[in-house]
Design a protein around this ligand. Structure first.
Ligand code: ADP
Ligand code: RBF
Ligand code: MG
Length: 294
């Protein structure tokens, strides 16, 4: 089937940043973060027979770019086939997915013929005519915040989890100083720019960064909210105690509970790639020029 499909595309074989379609036969849970992000994931009559459907849909979702679509289509009452029970709502419970109104033949199929997107997995489910069901979700789009959030605080010690050893040191900004800013921010991963205003060398220039504002559900280290900034620059030194300035310009995704540090770091690498690209866009570049004049 893959060979036949490949014959239909002339642009196969080109990798890197070139537009193309790649065909591979693999288990979705074996795909690596660098192989994404993908524009869509479709489970066509396979999810119910996966040995770990929750792990499969999670792996696929984490490989999908913001604004992409995840579809689960399943025949549920195929005569003579005993399928295990399938609870799509439970599989996606802590994933950054939103139920989408399903467009069929250009029409929005949400029961009432309106345009409102369904909110939960159960309402996202749409029966079709062949005894099957289809759930359509959207990975929330990357979005610019209406109001940027500017933060300025000393860098404090974190949990010493070795994020630095994993290649993503996070400067923890003192949350006590930022209580007011925090109260207006939803928990999750942001992107923007950061700098060390008092650095006499080159640290005072604005650099791209990713920011996690949250409670680190992957780890049992208390539920205090931390503001962690990973700057996309190699400072070659520590700067504990120094003042950091950071401007959050866009929101990437909610915080999630991962199966461990390496899974988390894999996703952070994707976050970094998305942030790097997004921050090249004119709207964000202009916003930081404004910020520089503050
Ligand atoms: P902690 O648990 O104490 O926050 P980390 O392993 O997260 O330790 O490392 C964070 C520290 O690394 C920061 O406080 C900062 O002093 C230093 N650092 C060096 N380069 C960077 C960078 N590019 N982004 C963030 N922090 C950096
Ligand atoms: N921790 C989580 O438990 N879940 C997350 O989804 C999550 N996303 C993060 C995204 C970025 C860009 C960064 C820098 C950190 C994130 N963290 C997340 C925090 C992470 O657990 C923390 O940096 C390390 O545990 C070190 O304290
Ligand atoms: Mg840290």
């Amino acid at each position: 089937m893959l060979d036949r499909a490949a014959e239909l595309f002339e642009s196969t074989g080109t990798l890197g940043n070139t537009q193309c379609v790649r065909f591979l036969c693999t288990d979705v849970t074996d795909l690596k973060p660098y192989q994404g992000p993908f524009d869509a994931a479709v489970f066509n009559d396979v999810l119910a027979t996966e040995h770990d459907p929750a792990a499969s849909i999670r792996a696929a979702t984490l490989l999908c770019r913001p604004g992409s679509t995840v579809v689960v289509s399943q025949r549920l009452d195929d005569p003579g086939t005993a399928l295990p029970s399938m609870d799509v709502a439970e599989y996606i419970a802590d994933l950054p997915l939103e139920a989408a109104a399903v467009a069929v033949d250009g029409k929005t199929m949400d029961g009432e013929g309106g345009v409102a997107a369904a909110k939960t997995a159960s309402t996202a489910r749409t029966e079709d005519c062949c005894g099957g069901s289809c759930w359509t979700f959207e990975v929330p789009p990357l979005y610019a915040m209406r109001d940027k959030v500017e933060m300025r605080a000393p860098v404090v010690s974190g949990f010493g989890r070795g994020s630095r050893q994993m290649g993503v040191p996070t400067a923890n900004m003192d949350p006590a100083v930022l209580a007011a800013e925090l109260s207006g921010m939803r928990r999750g991963v942001y992107f923007g720019f950061a700098r060390l205003p008092d650095d006499t060398d080159d640290g005072s220039a604005w650099e791209k960064c990713v920011i996690n504002v949250g409670q680190r559900p992957t780890f049992a280290d208390g539920d205090g909210v931390t503001i962690e900034v990973h700057v996309l620059k190699d400072f070659q030194r520590d700067f504990y105690g120094e003042t950091m300035e950071c401007v959050a310009l866009g929101y990437l995704r909610p915080e999630m509970k991962f199966g461990g540090l390496s899974q988390l770091v894999g996703r952070i690498m994707t976050d970094i790639g998305l942030a790097r690209n997004a921050l090249d866009a004119e709207c964000f570049t202009r916003a930081v020029v404004d910020a520089q004049n503050v």
